[in-house]
Write a protein that binds this ligand. Structure first.
Ligand code: MRU
Length: 347
């Protein structure tokens, strides 16, 4: 895929509309903060690293027309925008990290005029985008060593180019292995209810000519028991200081299966996904999504009673003890524990 999931173009945020894939490749141009908020909420742009970039660009959209003429007034406006954007999705650490990055550059330039501060914010958002491209490739470099020619990999949700700027974390590892000449066989779990695995992962793997097989989420146990899977790699939305990881609902099931069947369970994630302020995963806010996402197929056709009682957490939590290693752009964390995480974060 030679295009970016999210970029700054013609004074607007241009995104691939992921809610339309794989049936249609559509780009959306978001010109104001409200549009960007809705795009994140409705998963038109999604995946933790992509949300980091979206949030930083969103802050710029929110302040670019600010009439503030003092730092105090501008800062007040900025913080209001940040609070608002922070209400769209709670779990992905990167969304908040992206906003903290822009807040930090502004705080170091308090004596500068507002027009300059605005430029700084856009510059920082663009830097986040470029850094993601580099980080994902480094994750790929470290991670590909865990794959052999012919390895069979199970993944869930989409932790690929569509969840980042242009390469991916979990899928980045696979792309790098393929670039190094290894043939990898991927099984993509469809990822109910919004089918990121079926719609997005299969689409982008197929675009890059990677051998991919779509499975129902409930097929994973049989496949692993039949020895068809060598290892599992997923992304993460937030990783606490002790290595517990929140990721797409169903990830925890896979980690338990991996442990039971003694195959490695890896997480691939950039440093921006770590939340060192959270000591354990139980403090991670797990997003609850609307009932109709479960009652319907992609909001189009009811497959349950319209008033069926529903529980729809978007993410679950995998304890550090179930994770064989975390692949980051600074190296591989193994075993996954507080000490090893601190070492990588301080690198
Ligand atoms: O609800 P989504 O589609 O935003 O969930 C995304 C995931 O769970 C991804 O696996 C995670 O963000 C890692 S993306 C590199």
């Amino acid at each position: 895929m030679n295009m970016r999931t999210i970029e700054w173009k013609n004074n607007k945020v241009r995104i691939i509309n992921q809610s339309k894939l794989p049936l249609k490749l559509e780009f959306l141009e978001l010109g104001n903060l409200g549009q960007l908020w809705k795009a994140i909420k409705s998963l038109q742009v999604r995946g933790a690293p992509a949300l980091g970039a979206a949030a930083a660009l969103g802050v710029y959209l929110g302040i670019k027309d600010s009439k503030a003429d003092s730092f105090k007034e501008f800062n007040f406006h900025l913080k209001r925008v940040i609070r608002y954007l922070g209400t769209c999705r709670p779990t992905a650490r990167n969304l908040f990290w992206g906003m903290e990055r822009v807040l930090k550059v502004v705080s170091t330039a308090q004596d500068k005029p507002v027009s300059y501060l605005k430029k700084l914010i856009l510059q920082e958002a663009k830097r986040i985008i470029e850094e993601d491209c580099v980080a994902c490739r480094k994750i790929g470099d470290f991670g590909e060593k865990l794959l052999k020619n012919g390895s069979s990999v199970l993944t869930i949700c989409n932790a690929g180019a569509l969840a980042t700027i242009d390469y991916g974390t979990a899928l980045g590892v696979i792309y790098r292995a393929e670039e190094k000449g290894k043939k990898i066989k991927v099984f993509a779990s469809e990822t109910r209810p919004l089918l990121q695995g079926a719609r997005l992962t299969c689409w982008e793997l197929d675009n890059r000519r990677v051998d991919v097989t779509l499975i129902c989420d409930n097929t994973a146990a049989k496949l692993i028991a039949d020895k068809k899977i060598d290892l599992i790699i997923t992304g993460a939305d937030r990783i606490s200081a002790n290595g517990d990881a929140a990721n797409k609902i169903g990830t925890f099931n896979l980690a338990i299966l991996a442990k039971y069947h003694k195959i490695p369970f890896y997480i691939a994630a950039p440093i921006s996904t770590f939340d060192k302020k959270i000591s354990s995963g139980r403090f991670i806010d797990i997003e609850m999504r609307p009932a109709d996402e479960v009652r319907t197929i992609l909001g189009k056709k009811f497959i349950a009673l319209a008033n069926a009682k529903v529980l729809n957490p978007a993410f679950d939590l995998t304890a550090a003890s179930l994770i064989s290693a975390i692949i980051t752009e600074r190296g591989i964390i193994r075993p996954v524990n507080k000490k090893n995480i601190r070492k990588i974060l301080e690198k």
